[in-house]
Design a protein around this ligand. Structure first.
Ligand code: SF4
Length: 422
């Protein structure tokens, strides 16, 4: 399996994103602990490791940690806000240590909005310098974007901007906001409705596909990305039977996730994609099951497409998926393990493994730091950013592809109107 593990290097950060899923704690991993974790990933035959945080570049042992993981055969990646990589010498030092791939988190190409989202004036300027520096190394670069209420209307404009300014970036990752953990639990106003995401996300995905780029989307149900269902992170994990281990620097401890379904509504029970769909991410009760609509199309082409992608993925051992027949029957368009509906609205399959607090290794602690999950006491309005504030909008001259047509989808709202008329 092409499994990838995560190590939180530190939990403090040089940004203050309002929806941060892993805000500050006093803990960090020292080099001895990193060695233990890396050895464990290697013994499990994991393909790679992602150094994350907090902001991993604030860990003084990051270069040594990268070198150790690389020397032990792991593909070494990092998720970063890019602030420190704006320094060329530092950027180069990580490349020299063996870093192979970086996910830079950027949520909007609009400077003022990005300042607001990251709680850090000038954050986009630093991130741009980081991308320029990374472009001079042999480290490959992805962009990670958290979909939220304030950027969900211009995800496609972000993509135009990246294509125009950083054409070497070939892969993008969208994570729909997780409203159930970290700072987002206090700042619920960041959560977008699925309906508000759909149009811009569809345009953005089309644009990437038409320019030969790739992408993944996490925590968006397949009924909101039917045309690109094969790019759903959950769907790919389900089809490939992948897992991931995260070493958190908080009371969650070491979490191994082997199941990728979230919550399912009544309508999911008649949906043909139920067995390969992650459903509604609703651990924070922020997303509305009434926004889901069943799909009535064959899931096999989606599965076949994922299998085809594996053939060009050097990380994947092809033996298991040489043809569609090798895919577990549960993923071949059969109903799969349908969950009973409880509470009248959503079923709770219990697939996401609850953190137990157990951990592979101890955490070190910095007494100068404390846990900070507090809400931000400022809003877009008090921060001086307003949705009509478009001075940073850039006309890149690229043509936005037409809106894609959803396949086999009947919006629940339309069904409701019809039944009312009848
Ligand atoms: S209706 Fe349910 S199972 Fe079908 S695509 Fe939407 S969330 Fe997934």
């Amino acid at each position: 399996m092409a499994n990838i593990g995560y190590i939180q290097m530190v939990r403090h950060c040089n940004q203050n994103c309002g929806f941060c899923s892993n805000p500050e704690t006093p803990f960090f991993h020292n080099l001895e602990q990193i060695h233990q974790i890396v050895d464990d990933f290697v013994s499990r035959d994991y393909f790679g490791v992602i150094m994350t945080g907090g902001e991993p570049t604030l860990s003084p042992i990051l270069p040594e940690a990268i070198a150790h993981a690389r020397a032990n055969g792991l593909h070494v990646r990092m998720i970063t806000n890019g602030q420190k990589l704006a320094d060329w010498d530092y950027c180069k030092s990580l490349a020299d240590a063996g870093l192979q791939h970086v996910h830079v988190s950027i949520h909007s190409h609009k400077h003022k909005l990005e300042d607001f989202l990251t709680g850090t004036p000038g954050s986009l300027d630093w991130a741009e310098k980081a991308l320029t520096n990374l472009g001079k190394t042999n480290i490959t670069v992805n962009i990670n974007t958290v979909i939220n209420r304030y950027n969900c209307d211009h995800l496609h404009e972000n993509i135009e901007w990246f294509i125009q300014n950083f054409p070497f970036i070939r892969h993008f990752v969208w994570n729909n906001l997780d409203p159930s953990i970290g700072r987002a639990t206090s700042n619920q106003y960041f959560t977008a409705r699925l309906q508000d995401i759909e149009v811009s996300l569809s345009k953005a995905m089309r644009m990437l596909a038409e320019t030969g780029r790739s992408f993944r989307v996490e925590r968006v149900p397949l009924c909101y990305m039917t045309e690109f269902a094969h790019c759903s992170t959950e769907t790919r994990k389900i089809v490939k039977s992948e897992e991931r281990i995260v070493h958190f620097l908080d009371n969650k401890g070491t979490v191994r996730q082997t199941e990728w379904g979230h919550l399912y509504a009544d309508v999911c029970n008649v949906c043909s994609l139920r067995s390969i769909c992650g459903g509604l991410f609703d651990r924070g009760n922020a997303y509305d099951p009434n926004e889901l609509s069943p799909i009535f199309s064959d899931p096999k082409p989606i599965i076949q497409r994922i299998v085809q992608d594996l053939q060009s993925d050097p990380a994947w051992r092809m033996a298991k998926f040489k043809n569609l027949a090798a895919i577990p029957a549960a993923h071949q368009g059969k109903s799969g393990a349908q969950q009973s509906v409880t509470g009248g609205e959503v079923s709770r399959p219990g697939k996401v493994q609850a953190p137990t607090g157990e951990r592979l290794t101890e955490m070190a602690m910095d007494p100068k730091r404390k846990t900070d999950h507090t809400a931000r006491d400022w809003t877009p309005e008090t921060a001086g950013w307003h949705p009509s504030d478009d001075e940073d909008d850039v006309d890149t001259g690229l043509v936005v592809p037409p809106e894609p047509v959803a396949i086999g989808r009947v919006p629940a709202s339309r069904l409701e109107v019809r039944s009312g008329q009848e």
